[in-house]
Write a protein of this length. Structure first.
Length: 288
């Protein structure tokens, strides 16, 4: 998740049965070259374990250098081969890499030779699943530790159905753990994914943004989860943009449309706190 899975949110979802947490996608070239990026893009602590640091990269030099910087403070390194945004494709990162399996193979091989923590890749399926098979076999040949598969192509919309057969093919083609991603919004969705593909785990992005308690079996975000995010977000010094947008996602299925219009215009963290205190009974004393 670009921007949104920083330390406060990772700490929150771990309280609700999330076993492994990922960082937002971090640009490897910027991270290795910028002190500011290293200070702002990744922070962790002893409780943030296991955490997988996900990088976007177009070459092995950038990825390996960035991986070496975070390896002492992370549980794993992941190469993003799934981001479908136009800017990422133009930069030859994210889902662009699904058309360059040799570059991915080289990046995985180089990272495996430079750090002693697991290296994984997050991919999408191809329109022709034979390409997906060849892609994952190349990665497996150089020691990739596990794979995460989003069951859509890079050109498919998130509203289109997930390709269960494509995910199942990946699972049956490699001898490393496979995690499935795509349209996981409930524990029922997770169970369907397991039963139809045989994967070793499931990942949720949009589902967890809307309901961080998803994996604990909650159908909508419970108030205590929202209250805990407010405490964590303020405690860790989350900026207004991220803080506000996390809450907008969590309230999406809870607030009335009229209230959302008001809430979504709040321009400061104090204004958000005032709204939650007045309209939702937020106990400000618990934020200390």
């Amino acid at each position: 998740m670009v921007r949104y899975s920083k330390l406060p949110f990772r700490e929150l979802v771990r309280k609700y049965n999330c076993d492994i947490a990922y960082t937002p996608m971090i640009l490897a070239d910027v991270f290795k070259n910028s002190d500011l990026a290293r200070e702002t893009d990744y922070s962790t602590n002893a409780a943030d374990d296991p955490v997988v640091v996900q990088f976007a990269a177009s070459n092995s030099v950038d990825l390996a250098a960035a991986a070496e910087l975070v390896a002492p403070f992370a549980g794993g390194i992941d190469l993003n081969c799934g981001c479908p945004q136009k800017w990422a494709i133009q930069e030859h990162i994210g889902s662009y890499l699904m058309s360059d399996p040799e570059a991915v193979r080289d990046m995985v091989k180089t990272v495996k030779g430079r750090v002693n923590i697991p290296c994984s890749i997050k991919i999408r399926v191809h329109p022709d699943l034979k390409e997906t098979y060849e892609f994952v076999k190349r990665a497996e040949s150089v020691g990739v530790d596990f794979l995460t598969v989003h069951g859509r192509t890079r050109r498919q919309k998130s509203t289109e159905p997930v390709n269960f057969d494509g995910i199942k093919l990946v699972k049956e083609s490699v001898n490393v753990p496979v995690i499935a991603n795509g349209s996981i919004f409930s524990t029922a969705d997770a169970e369907e994914m397991y039963s139809r593909t045989g994967v070793d785990g499931v990942m949720s992005a949009r589902g967890l943004l809307q309901n961080p308690a998803l994996f604990a079996g909650y159908d909508v975000t419970p108030w205590e989860c929202i209250e805990e995010y407010v405490r964590l977000g303020i405690g860790y010094g989350t900026n207004h943009f991220i803080f506000h947008h996390h809450l907008m996602y969590m309230f999406e299925d809870i607030m009335s449309k009229a209230e959302r219009k008001t809430f979504n215009t709040l321009s400061s963290i104090p204004a958000i706190i005032d709204h939650l205190e007045s309209n939702w009974g937020l106990d400000v004393a618990k934020l200390a």
